[in-house]
Design a protein around this ligand. Structure first.
Ligand SMILES: Cc1cc2nc3c(=O)[nH]c(=O)nc-3n(C[C@H](O)[C@H](O)[C@H](O)COP(=O)(O)OP(=O)(O)OC[C@H]3O[C@@H](n4cnc5c(N)ncnc54)[C@H](O)[C@@H]3O)c2cc1C
Length: 377
């Protein structure tokens, strides 16, 4: 059995981010995925400024469009435009983005193998053995980057560990007679604890519905009805949906030498529904932690906890921001679009750095606003 420094299960944004950094550091890394690439992934493909900065290479060849303004709608006819001087979000098609990132990762020196179902994870001394259908793979470290239904997470923590939560989103490609909508829209009207979105992709739009709540039912008829209401008679492509993984803020950082990253580890943001940034950042953190221990430094498990501490703190605040925001949509909308906050909101969304702190500032502002409004009545 060939021995690897690290096996990364899953070649989405999280897995490619981890494998790219390990390969660049000269480590022997095997990337396993059950899918043949290019493959479809239910996703709107929006890369915020912080995701673009986090990536080790430019993804310009697969960017369809860049936007520098966001329209937030409360209901038809009530909306606010949040504009930035710089690009806020780059629009990609996930199939193209993931294929491109995989190519960069293989060029950096990682190897790729199509994996059959993973039957188990075993130990052999300090190594982990990944038992796949017909082959066993052996490595010093394993990174579970296999998405929201992670088999690695299931094998390590069992079904539905207490810290793991899920949101849900579904999307479709939509083509109108004139091709495209000019703006990126977040529409708070159609979903109780979430939003509808329109992402422009030059020759088409990606339209979808998101909820951070496990209780809200989103399905195809609901998305078709939303698209019809918004655009009338249009061509709607294949509708696909998937869960998003939340809860990294409460997760144990790693189990011995097995790390969970991206949706598998609950690194998606429940407030915004953004998961690519958390996937890249957690994948890179796992790679740095592994590289540190392989290079003779401190324990990878401890390093991963330290390297993801800020990210997990932000997710904790985002989770409480999401509970408040989606629980108080009227106040949330007014606070979010208050002229005093607009610049900060759009930049926080794009850059990520202060989004959780901003969510809490907005919450405080809204409380004061509500009290003042009551006192004036
Ligand atoms: C409809 C929708 C729209 C979204 N829009 C956005 C957006 O615009 N911007 C944003 O930032 N986030 C968005 N997200 C969230 C984002 O898609 C995810 O958070 C992100 O893809 C997580 O990346 P990942 O690498 O962890 O997992 P994934 O992208 O899911 O990749 C996991 C990989 O693991 C492979 N795999 C799975 N199981 C196994 C197995 N047993 N063995 C081997 N391989 C396996 C899969 O084939 C896949 O290639 C959206 C999500 C949804 C559902």
């Amino acid at each position: 059995m060939e021995r690897w420094d690290a096996i990364v299960v899953g070649a989405g944004p999280a897995g490619c981010a981890a494998a790219y950094d390990l390969a660049t550091a000269g480590r022997a890394v095997l990337l396993l995925d059950r899918a043949e690439f290019p493959r479809h992934k239910a996703c709107a493909g929006g890369l915020t400024r912080k995701s673009l900065r986090a990536l080790r290479y430019s993804v310009a060849p697969v960017v369809r469009e860049t936007v520098s303004a966001i329209v937030v709608e409360k209901r038809r006819g009530q909306s606010a435009t949040l504009a930035s001087r710089n690009a806020v979000c780059a629009m990609t098609v996930r199939q193209e983005l993931d294929q491109y990132c995989l190519e960069q990762t293989l060029e950096a020196g990682a190897e790729f193998a199509r994996a059959g179902p993973i039957a188990g994870l075993g130990r052999d001394g300090d190594d982990v053995v990944v038992k796949a259908a017909e082959v066993n793979y052996r490595a010093r470290f394993v990174v579970g980057a296999d998405g929201v239904h992670s088999r690695v997470r299931q094998l390590v923590y069992g079904d539905g560990p207490g810290w793991f939560r899920r949101g849900f989103a579904l999307e479709a490609e939509v083509r109108t007679a004139d091709g495209n909508a000019p703006d990126l829209v977040f529409d708070l009207a159609p979903v109780r604890r979430g939003y509808g979105w329109v992402f422009p992709k030059r020759d088409h739009m990606n339209v979808g519905l998101y909820t951070e709540s496990g209780d809200e039912k989103l399905d195809r008829p609901r998305l078709v009805a939303y698209i019809g209401e918004r655009f009338g008679e249009v061509r709607v492509g294949q509708i696909t949906g998937q869960y998003l993984g939340f809860g990294a803020e409460h997760a144990p950082p790693a189990k011995e030498s097995i790390f969970l990253v991206g949706d598998a580890g609950g690194f998606a943001d429940p407030l915004t529904g953004e998961g690519i940034y958390g996937a890249i950042a957690s994948g890179q953190a796992a790679a740095a932690a592994i590289e540190g221990e392989l290079g003779g430094g401190s324990s990878a498990q401890r390093a991963f906890a330290e390297l993801t501490a800020q990210l997990r703190q932000d997710l904790l605040l985002s989770a409480s921001g999401a509970r408040w925001f989606y629980g108080n949509p009227e106040l949330g909308y007014r606070a979010l679009t208050a002229p005093v906050f607009r610049g900060a909101v759009i930049n926080a969304y794009a850059n990520g750095t202060k989004i959780a702190a901003l969510a809490n500032a907005i919450r405080r502002f809204a409380r004061v606003f509500a009290t003042t409004a009551q006192a004036e009545m």
